[in-house]
Ligand binder design. Sequence first.
Ligand SMILES: Nc1nc2c(ncn2[C@@H]2O[C@H](COP(=O)(O)OP(=O)(O)O)[C@@H](O)[C@H]2O)c(=O)[nH]1
Ligand SMILES: [Mg+2]
Length: 413
Amino acid sequence: MEQLKDIFGKVFTKHRNTLPGLSEQETDELKAAIETGDLSLAAYVVQKSDELLKKTELNIAITGESGAGKSSFLNALRGLGDEDEGSAETGVVETTKEPERYQHSKYPNVIFWDLPGIGTPDFKPDTYLEQVTFSRYDFFIILASERFRANHAKLAQEIRKMRKKFYFVRSKVDLDLYNEKYKKSFNEERTLEKIRNDCVNNLPREGMSSPQVFLVSSREFQKYDSPKLQKKLLKELESHKKHIFLMALPNLSQPILEKKKKALQRQIWKQALKSCAIAAVPLPALSVKCDVGILVDNMRQYCESFGLDDISLIILASQVGKSVAELKYVIKSPLSKEISKEMAEKLLAQATGEGVMVVKHFVSMIPVVGTIFAAERSFTVTYKMLNSFLDGVAEDAQRVLIKALETEEKTSE
Ligand SMILES: Nc1nc2c(ncn2[C@@H]2O[C@H](COP(=O)(O)OP(=O)(O)O)[C@@H](O)[C@H]2O)c(=O)[nH]1
Ligand SMILES: [Mg+2]
C-alpha cells in the first residue's frame, strides 16, 4: 500500500492535482479509490465523470439588432447552413419577444438561444436581461453588422453587472469586403483592420472600455476571426463545458480539429478503464477482457464529433458546393453507422498483435492499471486500439476539410 501511495504522489505532482479528462474533485475521488486499492470503485468514479459530462449543459445567448445576422451566426456555429433542416429561419422580420431555443443536433446539451432583437423602441437595456432570463446563459454573443452603438454598449455593461461574459462579434464582413473590392487600392487586410478599429474605437465612446471585437462571416465561417473567437470561447469555459462545446463545434478549421483530437485523447484512458473494469466480458481469442459496447460507443462518438457521418457530410457538401461522394472519397475509416461490435473486436485483435510498448509510459501514469489491476493487458490493448482509431478518424477529418475547402481551380488541376 505504501508503495502505491508513493507512485501516486509522483503522478499527482506531475499533473498538478488533476488527471487528464477529470476535474479536480473527480481526481480526488479517484485518488481515494486507489488508496483503498479498489478497481471497481476507480472505474465507478470514471463512469460518474462521464455521466456528468453527458449531463452538463451549455447555454449560449446570441443577441443584437434585428437583421444583424443572429440566426445566420447561430446556424453557422451549429454547423448548419441557412436552409438545412432544423436551422433557424433567417432574413425574416423578428416578431418574437421570447428567446428561441436551438439544440445542437448531435450534442443536445449544447443549446443556442436566439434572443429577441435589441434595436426596437421598447427595448430597455436594464430590463432586457431579466426578460430573457439571463441566469440561464453561460455567455452572450453581442452581434452587430455595422457599428456598435449605445444599445450594444449598455447591454454589455448590464451583462457585466450580472457577472456574465460577453463577446462582441461584427458580422457579415464578407459583404464589407465585397463592397470595397471595386476600389483600385483594395487590400483585404487593411479593410478588415479598418472595420476592427472602427468598432473598437466606437465602443469606448459609448462607455465600453478596451473591448475586443471579432470579425466574422456566417457565409465563410472558417475565415476571418471565427477560429480566434471559437478558441477564446473555449478557453474561458470550465473543463466539462469546454469539452462538450469543443465536440459540438463545426469541423471547419485545422486548429479546432487538433483540439478535438487532443480532448478525445485525454478521455481514452477513462474509456479503457471502464471497458476493462465494468462488467468486462472475456474475449478468449484475444486473451483480453473488455466491454466491446463501450468501445463501439466511443468509436461512433469520434466519427460524429469529426463529422464522419452521413448527415454531417451531406450538410458540408452542400455548404461547399461539392458532392458527398467527393468528400467520402478521401475517408479511410468507417463512417459512424458502419461501426459494429465485430469491427471493434477486429481492431482489438490488431492492437493485441502490435507491440504494446507504446503505452507503457501511459500505464505508468495511471498506476491503478499498472499495479493493482491484474488485467493490465486488457487496458493496454483497448487503450491502444481507441488511440489508433482516433488517429485515423482525425486524419480523415483533416483530409475532408482540405477537400471541402479546395477551390475549383485546384480540383481541375
Ligand atoms: N453576406 C452575408 N449575409 C448575411 C450574413 N449573416 C446574415 N446575412 C444575411 O442578413 C440577413 C439577416 O440575417 P439573419 O440571420 O436573419 O439576422 P437576424 O435578424 O439577426 O436573425 C439575411 O438575409 C442573411 O442571409 C453574413 O455573414 N454574410
Ligand atoms: Mg433571426
